[in-house]
Design a protein around this ligand. Structure first.
Ligand code: NDP
Length: 356
């Protein structure tokens, strides 16, 4: 059984990120000293909210400069930490070169952070933010598994550099993490595999891909309808809670699917229809043949192969391990989606609806 000392600092990589912001907040509330690793600590547009978070909290925040691609750059930030929470990894679909923009930072960044853990005697636990994208590639992959329910025992075998490169980057990074972790026994690797993360950000202007769906819903781009794609949804605040549990619960172990709901893109937007009826909320799905025809023209990530293997499939993953072993409970999805949509309205990221 691993006993983690809460008086020791915790390193959070990618502290400027959407998910990391809530993890930092939770740790500060618990009185923990957070070593927040960011690319540029003097860029106030990226870090002001983090220093702000530390005001009036029992914990303390210290910023450190580090980059996934700069070997050894996490050393100073990790010194004295028993827990490392490694969230940093690019999450964007807007890329030119999948190897350079996604796979190299995800994989080499994981190598960089975990090899630094190997050299840092104080480290007892590394919590890695992987993804359900390391569990499945396309929703059609459910046909490869008995019962069609994704669990921690499944691995994404269908993503490549050309097809679903973000999912490929997360799969390669998590595989490398297990390879490095299994070669030593001083620190334990606990992996968090979140589904699609939604919910309000600590700051509302994030580059995370999580924000794009609701921005597009709000600006009317998806008004005609949505592709019928099954997804899982997790509230960003519940996900932060899962990371803190993974860091401190003595028996936390292995991979952990963190997902509140099995739903679909339409299921997400349906939660907005009642409260935001004056906004252009999509209320139906588009036929698969139409998406197959026009999808690739509208958006380069919507390839014909993507449409064939994802549209028209439901999605089901089991969160039973997280409830049983991490003691997770999940808030209802309408609370998550409505709070995020309202935040985007309040900060002018969704245009005011036209008067009818
Ligand atoms: P964000 O884009 O908000 O956060 C990504 C973080 O990674 C940022 O802090 C970013 O720093 C940092 N980063 C990227 N490249 C580098 C680099 N070369 N060196 C140092 N830091 C770097 O995304 P999320 O918060 O949504 O994602 C956080 C984690 O959660 C990722 O690992 C992602 O794969 C995972 N995840 C996210 C899901 C989601 O739906 N959002 C679902 C499942 C997993 P900077 O601010 O400087 O760019």
């Amino acid at each position: 059984m691993v006993k983690i000392d809460k008086s020791k600092p915790v390193l959070v990589t990618g502290a400027t990120g959407y998910v990391a912001g809530w993890i930092v907040k939770r740790l500060l509330e618990e009185g923990v000293t957070v070593h927040a690793a960011v690319r540029n600590p003097s860029d106030l547009s990226k870090v002001a909210h983090l220093t702000q978070l530390a005001h009036n909290k029992p914990g303390k925040l210290i910023l450190f400069e580090a980059d996934l691609l700069d070997t050894g750059s996490y050393q100073e930030a990790m010194a004295g930490c028993e827990v490392v929470i490694h969230t940093a990894s690019p999450f964007t679909l807007n890329i030119k070169d999948p190897q350079k923009d996604l796979v190299t930072p995800a994989v080499e960044g994981t190598r960089n952070v975990l090899e630094t853990a190997n050299k840092t005697a104080s480290v007892k636990r590394v919590v890695l933010t992987s993804s359900c994208a390391a569990i499945y590639g396309d929703t059609a992959d459910k046909e490869l598994i008995p019962g069609g329910v994704f669990t921690e025992s499944h691995w994404n075998t269908t993503s490549t550099l050309k097809h679903q490169p973000y999912s490929f980057s997360k799969t390669m990074a998590e595989k490398l993490a297990w390879e490095i972790a299994n070669k030593q026994d001083r620190w334990r690797l606990v992996v968090i595999n979140p589904s699609f993360v939604l919910g309000p950000g600590i700051i509302p202007h994030s580059n995370s891909e999580s924000f794009n769906l609701l921005r597009q819903v709000g600006n009317g781009r998806l008004k005609a309808g949505l592709p019928d794609i099954g997804v899982g949804v997790i509230d960003v605040r519940d996900l932060a809670d899962a990371h803190v549990r993974a860091a401190y619960l003595p028996n936390a172990n292995g991979r952990n699917i963190i997902s509140g709901q099995n739903t679909s893109l339409l299921g997400i937007t349906k939660t907005l229809q009642h409260r935001y009826s004056e906004y252009p909320i999509p209320s139906k799905t588009l036929p698969k043949w139409l998406i197959w025809l026009i999808g690739p023209l509208a958006d380069k990530t919507t390839t014909r192969k993507f449409v064939a293997r994802n549209v028209g499939y439901s999605w089901h993953a089991s969160n039973e391990k997280s409830i049983r072993e991490l003691g997770m409970s999940y808030r209802p999805m309408d609370e998550t989606v409505n709070a995020m949509f309202q935040q985007l309205i309040d900060h002018g990221q969704i245009p005011q609806p036209k008067r009818r």
